[in-house]
Ligand binder design. Structure first.
Ligand code: UDP
Length: 323
């Protein structure tokens, strides 16, 4: 039985990966310090013989007994609100955290896949963004702590690949959504749906002309799975190229939720990228991957998830730890 370590295993993406690898018959070890992760996302796995959870901060030395075939490094705060609140931890998990993972991988002779991000392209001057684009990142702006940590993480991973011959994979994740997103993480989808559920106006930043391209989580997980098992060590974009303005997105959420509230405009955050859309030519040709779930389908599943939460859960998620 193959053994996989998933850092950030109690988070939004990490928990979906735990589910997928359990389903594929792996022994899954999830690790999380629970700063932004939530045990609720993985509690259904606790009873399984082939699931283990380590409450640990990957920025500190990692010890995992036994063999490991794969390490997936998904531990990181990942929303602008989170990394504004915990900038140093964000930098540490992307730098010290990946160093620990790569060191562990060498000892275990494991393959490492790291979660990188479209943020390595910053506020892009090239559209859509291919992997060859080097980006337009402000290192000292509020997003710099995340963007530069992820860029460093890619550099460190490539160095272990070329210098130590370690097997490595790099995925650049574009905006992804689905069940288990944190209601208060500040991202546009949980923000809009939470506001609609609470009967508040939807807070659009700026005039809403900035674009994003939203990928449903199951599609992303399929892309990650294929990349891990491929033999391609260069970065690969995974995302849904179906681009939409934030204003149109808000209108879709209003329609979906049937809220009588409206979109209101708040100031645009510093360095908010004006446009973002993945060029997925590589994912298509190397992995035979493309997204399958339309935004209409994915948004409905996600809305049903948020609606199904108990009042307790809604309260807990809305008031999740103040860092
Ligand atoms: N956004 C918004 N209202 C919100 C939260 C976000 O209009 O309440 C905008 C934000 O300015 C950005 C886009 O939605 O242009 C996506 O933001 P998110 O934080 O989800 O992810 P990003 O792609 O910026 O990392």
């Amino acid at each position: 039985m193959k053994r996989v370590l998933i850092t950030g295993g109690a988070g939004f993406l990490g928990s979906h990966l735990c589910d997928r690898f359990i389903k594929e018959g792996y022994h899954v070890i999830a690790m999380d310090n629970l700063i932004t992760g939530d045990l609720k996302n993985i509690e259904h796995l606790f009873k399984l013989e082939h699931f283990e959870f380590y409450h640990h901060d990957v920025s500190k030395f990692i010890h995992v007994p036994g063999e490991l075939d794969y390490i997936l490094h998904f531990a990181s705060p990942a929303s602008p609100i989170d990394y504004l609140k915990i900038p140093i931890q964000t930098l540490k998990v992307g730098s010290l955290g990946i160093h620990n993972c790569l060191g562990l991988a060498r000892v275990k002779n494991a393959r490492v896949l790291i979660a990188s991000t479209s943020e390595v392209y910053g506020d892009p001057n090239v559209h859509p963004q291919p992997e060859e684009y080097w980006g337009n990142v402000n290192p000292v702006g509020p997003r710099g702590v995340y963007d530069e940590a992820k860029r460093f993480q890619e550099a460190m991973t490539m160095a272990y690949h070329t210098y130590h011959g370690l097997e490595t994979r790099i995925i650049r994740i574009f905006n992804t959504y689905g069940p288990r997103m944190r209601l208060n993480d500040g991202r546009v989808l949980p923000a809009f749906i939470g506001q609609a559920l609470r009967g508040e106006d939807l807070t659009m930043f700026g005039d809403g002309s900035q674009t994003r391209s939203f990928c449903y989580v199951d599609d992303l997980v399929e892309g990650i799975y294929r990349l891990l098992l491929s033999d391609y060590a260069q970065p690969v974009n995974i995302g849904n190229p179906d681009e939409i303005t934030i204003k149109e997105f808000g209108e879709e959420i209003i329609k979906l939720t049937g809220t009588s509230q409206k979109l209101i405009s708040l100031p645009l955050p510093t360095d908010d990228p004006k446009q973002r859309k993945p060029d997925i030519t590589k994912a298509r040709s190397i992995l035979g991957w493309e997204p399958k779930v339309s935004r209409a389908e994915g948004l409905k599943i996600t809305y049903d998830y948020f609606k199904s939460l108990s009042k307790d859960d809604l309260f807990r998620m809305a008031h999740h730890k103040e860092f």
